[in-house]
Write a protein that binds this ligand. Structure first.
Ligand code: ADP
Ligand code: K
Ligand code: ZN
Length: 432
């Protein structure tokens, strides 16, 4: 087994020893920011009080709202001349939050991304095409510098313009793609339209992430594009990509614990959940100087996977993100996550790549409608066939989510397609 970074070979003891040293330094560093100076003082915590990793739990969590209130620079812990770049979240769930980096921060971030890519077999002789937007969004520059750090010949293609993406892939013989799952499916469909198959493309690896997706979607992507797709998790508050990444075993994502401390807690009590139980992921930075963040509540739901990974890395693994706490829909009193619906839909070969969930209230009763695109070959004129399919989808969804949805089958290409992260849920309740 080859490793990019020695930290990948550390034992649990080594990881935890380094974490404790870095955690104390981080608490010290954080107290240099106006926000944490006040927060830590109020909680009566000094860096010297952190004597074990368990002591982290005495530190109050930091929320997305804290970051918004501290806009633009309340968490910055260094003099301005040490800052070299800022990024912001894509704003999927409201106003953006800003993160400021020093050159050291950027270097260690690039190392983490390079390490993640190396782990799935990417090497300096690969040609790497980045289809993320190059703006404030971390999937652009964040991944880009990691790919260069690894030594890949890097194409900053940016998003959209699918014909051009395909042309680049063929002209430059792209072997590795960075692509969000919804766009990967779109690209796959575009290939089919041009009469091309994934097997004819030189790509062998895709790094997919930035939005929740099911195992079924991963398999579709792998099949359509003729490659291996690896799940990449990150968020701008923790740099961006390079936080947790799948290895070639594709059994959960290793969290780089030399750079972050992950916790999974019950979102109501903030108590840690048992291993294997789903909760909210809470993250602490360990290597950041410009803007350290302590116990950040990500709102992302996942669980720790127990047991050791066959790859030998001792960095703990998390399951694919089940969804965001904010995405949870409560319908007729039942909690439903979009990924439960996706999983059912993608089990039907007739179902295409795009779907949308609409919530309305009719006479004060919540109604859930799922609009699904049906693949061209299956969208037949015979109403009986379609009705049979529609009923089968309703039945399976009802068994999964315990609510009877309305299901509309529509033709491929008729649902709106977003450029960035897919918008899967439209909530019109109380807005009609
Ligand atoms: P925003 O919250 O505005 O989308 P970011 O661009 O920082 O901000 O995106 C980070 C979020 O994207 C994560 O908190 C998570 O919800 C989602 N995300 C990132 N990677 C993945 C992934 N591999 N699987 C599922 N969701 C992901
Ligand atoms: K190279
Ligand atoms: Zn592994």
């Amino acid at each position: 087994m080859e490793f990019f970074d020695r930290a990948e070979t550390w034992s649990r003891e080594e990881i935890e020893r380094v974490q404790l040293v870095r955690l104390r330094n981080t608490v010290q560093q954080a107290s240099g920011s106006p926000f944490y100076a006040a927060r830590l003082k109020e909680a009566g915590i000094a860096p010297a009080d952190i004597r074990s990793l368990d002591d982290l739990r005495s530190v109050p969590p930091t929320t997305k709202n804290d970051l918004r209130e501290q806009y633009p620079a309340g968490l910055v812990a260094v003099p301005r001349e040490q800052l070299v770049r800022l990024h912001a979240s894509s704003g999927t769930t409201g106003a953006p939050t800003v993160v400021h980096h020093t050159q050291n921060d950027l270097n260690s971030w690039a190392d983490l991304v390079a390490r993640s890519m190396y782990m799935v077999g990417v090497r300096p002789d690969d040609v790497f095409q980045n289809t993320s937007g190059y703006g404030l969004f971390t999937g652009g520059l964040g991944i880009h510098y990691g790919a260069e750090r690894l030594g890949c010949h890097t194409i900053p293609a940016g998003p959209g313009n699918t014909k051009r993406q395909i042309k680049f892939i063929r002209d430059f013989q792209t072997t590795v793609l960075h692509i969000i799952p919804s766009y990967a499916l779109y690209l796959g469909a575009a290939l089919e339209e041009e009469g091309l198959s994934g097997a004819e493309l030189p790509c062998r690896v895709a790094l997919i992430g930035a939005e929740p997706h099911t195992e079924e979607i991963r398999q579709r992507i792998e099949q359509m594009l003729g490659l291996k797709a690896y799940n990449s998790y990150g968020l701008s508050e923790m740099n961006g990509p390079g936080v947790a990444f799948e290895c070639t075993h594709q059994t959960g994502m290793h969290v780089w614990e030399d750079a972050f401390i992950p916790e999974i807690v019950n979102p109501d009590t903030l108590e840690p959940v048992a291993d294997g139980e789903v909760g909210e992921l809470v993250m602490t930075t360990l290597c950041r100087q410009g803007m350290p963040i302590l116990r950040y509540r990500t709102r992302d739901l996942t669980r720790f996977l127990s047991g050791e990974c066959a790859c030998g890395r001792m960095h703990r693994r998390i399951d694919r993100i089940l969804g965001r706490a904010d995405d949870m829909m409560i319908i007729k009193g039942v909690n439903i996550y979009p990924m439960q619906i996706e999983q059912v839909l993608m089990g039907f070969p007739e179902v295409g790549e795009n779907y949308v969930i609409e919530l309305v209230s009719e006479d004060f009763i919540d109604q859930l409608t799922v609009k699904v695109e049906i693949r061209d070959g299956y969208f037949v004129e015979d109403m009986r066939v379609l009705t049979g399919l529609q009923k089968a989808i309703v039945r399976q969804l009802r068994d999964e989510i315990l609510v009877t949805p309305r299901v509309d089958l529509v033709q491929t290409g008729s649902l709106p397609k977003s450029e960035g992260k897919a918008v899967r849920v439209i909530d019109r309740r109380g807005k009609e």
